[in-house]
Design a binder for this molecule. Structure first.
Ligand code: GLY
Length: 325
């Protein structure tokens, strides 16, 4: 199923209210003999494998997550990340990205234009400045000052989709329409328990110019803490921001919840605080997370979300549990 089309094929039938069993608890043994890499969706084996192999080759976990996320950022076939991203309603591709390590170091860019690797700019923000967030023109200026090149990118597919959308310019549905969201969030842990995460997106298609989602917001689209674990998000960023979704999941794991339970509780929190999303046909949020013992989990609001796992030299795409059956 295409990541951008699955929403319309799912129904809004009832929401499970009881906690689901942790599907992975029994099949996973806590270990750190091998790196562990998890990313939202199936962005092809090469993405988590790049992170895994970077660590195995002796690279740092922050190098690993950056190198992996750079791959979809320059894949023109991916319409929700990087250079292939669908534009805002004025026809501009604007990018958001964040990166974080398990010691609390982090950097982020948002509303960034004309730079093909926002994740690498985010890393420069983290490592070369005292700041966490850079936005818009200032983020682009910083990127250019740090050796990045200004490019124009609106892929032929994105251009075509935009021209079709312009026929109706349906602003009202733009926030939650199917196909308007999809983010790579990737979290990794090396064999010493050092963690990092990276998150990158072009955000909602046809968004209002200047809109920023959850992906560059530390604690919303991404959160990492070596003492506990890591979490990342995909879907409608506004919903994730409203509950600080990834931070919430890490804090729930700190309190003893499994990654699977924590992802479910964060989704339930969104629906509890914002019940309007239950009747929003285009609504989707998905989370995935791991804890420091190497247990992992993932869950989405509706069926169709999947996440990729790479550990022990093996790649697996897991179909996530969903609140709506
Ligand atoms: N989750 C990506 C966004 O809402 O922008």
């Amino acid at each position: 199923m295409n990541r951008r089309t699955f929403i319309k094929t799912t129904s809004l039938a009832g929401i499970a209210t009881t906690l689901l069993p942790d599907a992975h608890l029994t099949s996973q043994i806590a270990h750190r003999k091998s790196p562990l890499v998890i990313n939202t969706w199936d962005y092809k084996r090469i993405v988590p494998e790049t992170a895994y192999n970077t660590i195995v080759a002796g690279g740092s976990v922050i190098d690993a997550v950056e190198q992996a996320v750079r791959i979809p950022e320059t894949d023109p076939e991916i319409t929700s990340v990087g250079i292939g991203g669908y534009p805002d309603r004025d026809g501009n591709v604007t990018l958001d990205a964040s990166i974080m390590d398990g010691e609390g170091n982090c950097g982020s860019v948002m509303f960034l234009e004309h730079i093909s690797h926002p994740i690498s700019v985010a890393r420069k923000v983290m490592e070369k400045t005292e700041h966490v967030y850079l936005a818009g023109e200032g983020a682009m200026q910083f990127a250019l000052e740090n050796g990045f090149t200004k490019e124009d990118f609106l892929s032929p597919a994105a251009q075509k989709a935009y021209q079709e959308w312009l026929q109706q310019s349906n602003y009202k549905r733009a926030k939650t329409d199917e196909g308007n969201h999809d983010t790579i969030g990737l979290i990794a842990m090396d064999t010493n328990g050092n963690m990092a995460g990276a998150c990158s997106t072009s955000g909602l298609a046809w968004k209002i110019r200047g809109r920023v989602g959850d992906s560059p917001i530390i604690g919303a689209g991404l959160y990492v803490d070596n003492e506990v674990g890591a979490a990342t998000a995909t879907g409608i960023g506004e919903a994730v921001v409203k509950v600080c979704g990834s931070f919430l999941i890490v804090e729930l794991m700190r309190q003893g919840k499994s990654p699977q339970e924590a992802c479910q509780l964060a989704l339930e929190r969104i629906l509890h605080k914002q019940p309007k999303y239950k009747s929003d046909e285009g609504f989707l949020v998905g989370f995935c997370a791991f804890n420091k013992d190497g247990k992992y989990g993932g869950m989405s609001y509706k069926k169709g979300f999947e996440y990729s796992v790479y550990t022990d030299g093996k790649y697996e795409v897991v179909k996530a549990e969903s609140l709506v059956k």
